[in-house]
Design a protein around this ligand. Structure first.
Ligand code: C2E
Ligand code: MG
Ligand code: MG
Length: 381
């Protein structure tokens, strides 16, 4: 079509509007929603190039919420190429040992004792370097690779946790599970097999799911969560309160813990903090609470004062390789707050409240409160 980008956009917009007008069919009003990708041709373009780029723009329109049009720009092309490359390379990434599992300590805030750790994955891509799970987990979900990848991560985390659980206060490993994994055939049997093969006790495993797990099929998700609970495996709602889903769902969920999102933790000292409300909801539901993203002692003290016992964050340690976690466990308590502070008391500050690098535990704050041989089991209710 002989036109320019503005006129093409105008036509695309009109098309979307026309398609949206309800049609009456078999006594029902039916409306179609569309997404449109535009690519302005220049001299020398091949039809293949035009179609490919229009497709990329179409994908961008769908990702941006559908029922809209997007015009191709070269940056879109780079992003799409990266996506496609990552998607294709994911298939063999675990086998090629490019994906590693790091572990972030989960700490009893008052005593600084290590209670457990969360397994968090990293991908070192040969071309793009470190790729965050925030980018590649959704791609693994789209291709279905998450099912085998998630299982490999689970197995490795459980194998390591067996050793750690044999030492003093460490009592569980927390592993993130994607909704796609939870919904896949044979998920429960696969978890059973991992526990059997590694020798980890069900009570030493905690699986984290996000609220998104409930969106597709609430009843099926509840059945799987209940089946996990029946086995003695604990479950947590990750990023609690960020999923925009109704609170009424929480009442019917067989979960043991909620994890407070970092965004809420950062605001815990403000007057409008929602954490007191989350603590109340958790108490009513009879579930435990773990705060994420504790970056300084002030946040830890404020959380403890509100009754939140457990937390994780850069104050204690970034996610580290398995060998470093073993070292952290052997060092003993980290950045204990001590008894909850009275409102007038100044907060004790730890020397390292800056974001540590994701390396070893060399710059970890050492124990501030309890002797190294104090066990969490002696302290926890
Ligand atoms: P999440 O499960 O909510 O994990 C917490 C994220 O916060 C992690 O990011 C962690 O590195 C980061 N974090 C921890 N402490 C602090 C802190 O004090 N400050 C700040 N700014 N950040 C902190 P990460 O490792 O990039 O993981 C992001 C998300 O990717 C995870 O969020 C989880 O949803 C997903 N993910 C990670 N590993 C896996 C996995 O093995 N399977 C699945 N399905 N998802 C995973
Ligand atoms: Mg998590
Ligand atoms: Mg989270």
């Amino acid at each position: 079509v002989d036109t320019d980008v503005d006129a093409a956009g105008g036509t695309a917009q009109r098309l979307l509007e026309v398609l949206q007008m309800p049609l009456r069919a078999a006594g029902l009003d039916v409306a179609a929603h569309a997404s449109i990708g535009l690519r302005v041709a220049v001299d020398g373009d091949t039809p293949q190039q035009l179609m490919r780029d229009a497709d990329i723009a179409l994908f961008a329109a769908k990702s941006a919420g559908k029922n809209r049009f997007e015009t191709f720009d070269p940056e879109m092309g780079e992003r799409a190429t990266r996506r496609l490359t990552l998607k294709a390379d994911l298939r063999d990434a675990w086998r090629r040992s490019e994906i590693s599992v790091l572990y972030q300590p989960i700490v009893h805030i008052e005593t600084g004792l290590l209670r457990g750790a969360e397994a968090l994955v990293r991908w070192t891509h040969p071309q793009f370097g470190t790729v965050s799970p925030v980018e590649f987990i959704p791609l693994a979900e789209e291709t279905g690779v998450i099912v085998s990848l998630g299982l490999a991560i689970l197995k490795e985390a459980c194998r390591n946790a067996v050793t750690w659980c044999a030492t003093s206060s460490f009592s569980y490993i927390s592993v993130n599970v994607s909704p796609v994994q939870l919904a896949a055939d044979g998920f429960l049997e696969a978890v059973d097999r991992v526990l059997h093969e590694t020798g980890l006790a069900p009570a030493q495993l905690l699986l984290e799911v996000t609220e998104g797990v409930l969106l597709a099929n609430f009843d099926a998700a509840v059945r799987v969560l209940q089946a996990l609970r029946d086995r003695g495996i604990r479950t947590a709602i990750d990023d609690f309160g960020t999923g925009y889903s109704s609170l009424s769902y929480a009442q019917h969920l067989p979960v043991d813990l909620v994890k407070i999102d970092r965004a809420f933790t950062l605001e815990v000292e403000s007057a409008s903090s929602v954490i007191p409300a989350i603590m109340q909801i958790a108490a009513v539901l009879g579930v435990g609470v773990v705060a994420e993203g504790i970056e300084n002692p002030g946040l830890a003290a404020a959380l403890l004062a509100l009754g939140c016992d457990l937390g994780q964050g850069y104050l204690y340690s970034p996610p580290v390789p398995a060998a470093s976690l073993a070292e952290i466990i052997s060092i003993g308590p980290i950045a204990a707050v001590g008894t909850p502070r009275a409102p007038s008391e100044p907060i004790r500050r730890s020397p390292s409240h800056e974001r540590p690098a994701e390396t070893g535990p060399s710059d970890l704050p050492s124990s501030l409160a309890l002797p190294n041989d104090t066990r969490v089991r002696d302290v926890l209710p």
